[in-house]
Design a protein around this ligand. Structure first.
Ligand code: GLN
Length: 515
């Protein structure tokens, strides 16, 4: 890895990218390719599990939920390792290497499962390779995802007004990567073969790694280890500390490999960790904080916990919503044929179109003092997504054919995205604003833990929409159960949304002037 010189530092400060530090272009492209691989692979995952490996809806959804839950749990560990020892640059590089290995391994999928009488015959060796590939991706995201965002923040001084703009550009990179990959990997995977789709995701990640290796010199030394000499010290196992952490990362991959095989236990792991983190923060709040800081931490914890409801509904996208698109809808849009796996691209597309509109709207409303407070935005988000599912379930009930109108899918994706814009970017900034600076990393970790819980529950909810019967039609959703569950989660989410809106005056008071 290259060492930084004063000359590089000066160079990195002089050049710029759309008026921003040039390092932003490197982070933009790296994260664009990382999300390309992540969402590309994910977009075909549930179809691959049900159609190639002939898992039933129940098992396929649980595998997806375990994977998505662990993916969002690991950034706490990767973030800690970067803050304490590695620095973000090394952590991102290591994460990217694990990701290339994981996505690369996905390309080796062995023979398809087949029926022998009533029994499904699968090649267990390749199923284990598949779980190992997922575990490598989980570890890779853990080391990369949160840390690359920290580097974006580190490019700007504390009062640099370009910071928010920088994050918006970065978020565009995320969605550009996911949009293109869902189109491309979806097409290649479904039409030409799942392994070719996975390979394209892997090649995308390889581009990401190469770009980062080449471009890290432009980060101007802002993502270096906090104490480089400590990394060279010997650890108890005889290696230096840096290599010991890399070895620990491989150990983590091993643990995730095992967890993937006990998918029903992930909820306990994530749930218990979430409760522990809440306990830790409460302990800190009661022992180390004055009233104002303590109240703010309470509000933050409450909002962190309720966001899991949002993700449980939102992340139906790569699970039940994709199966539904495949089985129940006429997938032509003004004469253009779309594949079930490509339907998810609407979320990225809507974000690209509407994120700037929403950003403008908040500013315009703020000028008139009409901007809703953060808790109110959370309440509206849960109401919107809940209402979306209730109306969507009702709409599906109007037509019992298997070529329902594509417009319903456009509708639910629009509602999901609108709700996302009310909660996801708002939530991240809420965490940084409401927590005491000393524990902001821990609070961010807790945010991701509850995102993880929501993702995991999303898989579990989807698992209730079909049977565990395995076979050629194993991915078939039970429509009565699906519509009932959509209505139920819609009502649940809307109910929580209303509850938050009722509590909003109290929550605002607890924020003590922070908006
Ligand atoms: N779509 C965004 C991303 O992939 C946000 C995902 C999340 O926070 N769960 O970065």
């Amino acid at each position: 890895m290259s060492e930084f010189t004063d000359e590089m530092y000066a160079g990195s400060q002089k050049r710029n990218f759309m008026g921003h530090p040039v390092g932003l272009s490197v982070l933009f492209l790296t994260e664009m390719w990382e999300r390309f691989s992540y969402y590309g692979m994910r977009t075909i995952l549930i179809l691959y599990l049900t159609k190639y490996h002939l898992f039933g809806v129940e098992k396929a959804s649980m595998i997806y939920g375990a994977y998505a839950g662990l993916v969002y749990m690991m950034p706490i560990i990767g973030g800690y390792m970067a803050d304490r020892y590695l620095g973000s640059r090394k952590a991102v590089t290591y994460g990217a290497i694990l990701l290339v290995l994981g996505h690369g391994l996905m390309a080796f999928h062995g023979p398809a499962a087949y029926m022998s009488g009533d029994i499904v015959v699968r090649d267990e060796f390749y199923i284990n390779i598949f779980f190992l590939a997922l575990a490598l991706i989980i570890g890779g995201v853990g080391f990369l995802k949160a840390n690359i965002s920290s580097v974006v923040g580190a490019l700007y001084g504390p009062n640099d007004p370009r910071r928010d703009g920088g994050f918006s550009i970065f978020y565009m990179g995320i969605n550009l990567g996911s949009f293109v990959s869902m189109l491309l990997v979806g097409y290649v995977g479904e039409v030409h073969g799942w392994n070719y789709g996975f390979s394209i995701a892997g090649i995308g990640m390889l581009f990401g790694l190469l770009i980062f290796l080449w471009g890290q010199r432009f980060l101007g030394g802002r993502a270096e280890p906090p104490a480089p000499e400590v990394l060279k010290e010997k650890s108890p196992i005889g290696l230096n500390k840096e290599n010991t952490i890399y070895l620990f990362g491989l150990g983590l991959v091993g643990v995730n490999w095992i967890m993937m095989q006990y998918d029903q236990m992930v909820i306990q792991l994530v749930g218990v960790s979430g409760i522990l983190m809440i306990g830790l923060v409460l302990f800190y709040a009661f022992t180390k904080c004055e009233k104002v800081d303590r109240d703010r931490l309470f509000v933050a914890l409450f909002l962190i916990a309720v966001q899991s409801v949002f993700w449980a509904l939102f992340e139906q996208q790569a699970a039940s919503l994709t199966l539904l698109a495949d089985q129940q809808f006429d997938l032509s849009f003004f004469g253009i044929g779309i594949l079930a796996s490509q339907v998810q691209m609407m979320n990225a597309l809507f974000i690209i179109v509407f994120a700037p509109v929403m950003a403008w709207l908040w500013v315009a409303l703020a000028r008139r003092k009409w901007e809703p407070s953060t808790p109110a935005k959370f309440g509206y988000s849960l109401l919107l997504i809940g209402a979306g599912y209730i109306v969507f379930a009702w709409g599906m009930g109007l037509d019992d054919s298997t070529s329902k109108s594509f417009m319903w899918l456009v509708f639910i994706y629009f509602m999901l995205t609108l709700a996302e814009l009310f909660l996801s970017p708002v939530g991240l900034s809420m965490v940084t604003k409401l927590s005491v600076p000393k524990i902001v990393g821990m609070m961010m970790g807790t945010w991701f833990l509850f995102t993880a819980l929501g993702n995991n529950v999303a898989g579990w909810i989807s698992s209730l929409m079909g049977s565990n019967e395995e076979g050629v039609a194993s991915g078939t959703l039970d429509m009565a159960a699906t519509m009932d569950l959509y209505t139920l989660i819609g009502l649940g989410s809307a109910g929580v949304g209303i509850f938050i809106l009722i509590l909003t005056p109290l929550l605002k008071k607890g924020m003590h002037g922070v908006h």
